[in-house]
Write a protein that binds this ligand. Structure first.
Ligand SMILES: Cc1ncc(COP(=O)(O)O)c(C=O)c1O
Length: 445
């Protein structure tokens, strides 16, 4: 019976067809980068290779677009950049200067966030240490602690009492009450009890609620949570409700270009690979579509007006990471060796992104030295002593030779933060654009 269920499921997965990524969409994407190829070539000429490139203007534009979309729906909002998505201090620094707050998840991130001069930081995450809580308490004029458990409430009270300060705090609530997601926050059903307990902690002002739902291609799961939160708020006492000054809905917004995948990154491709391992990847690309930020904002805005505002009139906060930084960092590298016509080795390895990303995700490998929008099959690999060091199974260009400069665009999210000190040195970092000049090329630490 059990085996039959598995076989039926396997069959249905193998019959799935993740949509193909349209060739014209890739062509447009590649062409846009090729029109700026001289700038990227100049960066390598001056700063060497490999190199991470931060695009200041792109980051600023994303913040404006995100904030604008939600402000059209909800008058009182605040955007906190999720530092974990790209922890280069300049990314946080640029966004803070443009008016964003920061969402940090560790003492390390908090220290860096404070150094950017940020005035408004939320500190979330499970298992905060005494040192981390003490740093938050020492900066209580700039930091809101998003408490993750009943025991953290007690530990925060002890530290704040000893320091003689009043700490602003919120409560992290759980959006999935099962499996590995149980590790975050408290269940919604415990919210009333938490407010009761927090009332007697004289050094903590509990004035908000936080949640986060990851990896959303559309707003459905976020609005489902808002609905559930509304039901919980309806059952809270008027006194508890009156304490709520903010509701923080977290991040998890997928960029509008959707998720671009290799065949092995689709469910059907992964299963096929598990059953009969493939040594060769075809030059086909797939796409899980995502909606634009305006669609997220309009659905979340209506859900908040319908389910939250009847009970609590408060500020709505967001913690986008990926959506803001994904397109604001790229990688440049050089072809070091051409071992065969279809086997190239570059001077950058997977330690620059921290995981074997491109075996499942697709991003075009663009040959800036021989520009062309046609894609050719070839294994483009890094120089680490591991075969799981793949940049792509093809390249866009009119050929490829040692010394050519390659661009892997849109590597801003969950790559730089995950970089590893493994075998080879890490790329240096260069910022395209200064505060006063969008075309300036500035080396950064
Ligand atoms: C609490 C919290 N907020 C915000 C984020 C940022 O998510 P994303 O980068 O998907 O927007 C995360 C990511 O894990 C998170 O855990």
């Amino acid at each position: 019976m059990y085996e039959n269920d598995i076989l039926r499921t396997v069959e249905s997965i193998l019959r799935q067809h993740t949509p193909r990524l349209d060739a014209s969409e890739i062509e447009k994407f590649v062409s846009d980068f090729l029109t700026r190829r001289e700038i990227f070539l100049k960066i390598c000429e001056v700063h060497g290779s490999p190199v991470y490139v931060i695009e200041r203007a792109v980051l600023g534009e994303r913040l404006k677009q995100f904030t604008g979309a939600f402000r059209r729906e909800l008058s009182d909002i605040r955007v906190y950049y999720a530092v974990k998505s790209n922890n280069h201090p300049l990314m946080a620094g640029i966004l803070v200067k443009l008016g964003a707050g920061l969402d940090v998840s560790s003492g390390l991130e908090l220290k860096m966030g404070l150094e950017t001069g940020a005035e408004d930081i939320v500190f979330s995450g499970p298992g905060k240490t005494q040192d981390e809580l003490s740093l938050a308490v020492a900066n209580s004029d700039r930091v809101t602690v998003l408490m993750d458990s009943f025991s953290e409430l007690d530990r925060l009270q002890d530290i704040a009492e000893r320091a003689g300060v009043l700490v602003r705090a919120g409560i992290r609530v759980n959006t999935k009450a099962h499996g590995i997601w149980r590790k975050f926050g408290i269940p919604l059903s415990d919210l009333s009890r938490f407010f009761d307990e927090a009332q007697s902690r004289s050094n903590i002002r509990t004035c908000g609620i936080q949640s986060h739902v990851s990896w959303n291609m559309n707003p459905d799961r976020q609005t489902e949570f808002i609905n559930a939160l509304g039901n919980t708020l309806a059952g809270l006492s008027v006194q508890h409700r009156s304490r709520i000054e903010f509701i923080d809905l977290g991040g998890g917004f997928w960029p509008s270009q959707g998720e671009w995948l290799q065949e092995a990154g689709t469910c059907e491709g992964a299963l096929r690979n598990a059953i009969i391992p493939q040594h060769d990847q075809p030059l086909v690309h797939f796409k899980r579509p995502a909606v634009g930020i305006e669609r997220f904002a309009s659905a979340i805005g209506s859900a908040v007006r319908e389910h939250i505002f009847p009970y609590v009139s408060c500020r709505i906060c967001f913690e986008p990471g990926r959506w803001l930084c994904n397109d604001a960092m790229h990688l440049l590298m050089t072809v070091m060796d051409k071992k065969e016509n279809d086997l190239l080795i570059t001077d950058a390895g997977m330690n620059a992104v921290g995981w074997e990303r491109f075996e499942t995700d697709f991003f075009p490998v663009i040959n800036l030295s021989r520009p062309d929008i046609s894609e050719h099959k070839a294994l483009v690999m890094g120089s680490l002593c591991t075969p799981h060091d793949v940049w792509g199974y093809g390249y866009f260009g009119s050929g490829i030779e040692p010394g050519n400069i390659l661009l892997i665009p849109d590597q801003g999210a969950y790559t730089y933060s995950l970089r590893q000190n493994f075998i080879k040195p890490l790329p240096c970092v260069v910022c395209l654009g200064s505060e006063t000049d969008n075309s300036a090329i500035v080396a950064v630490e």
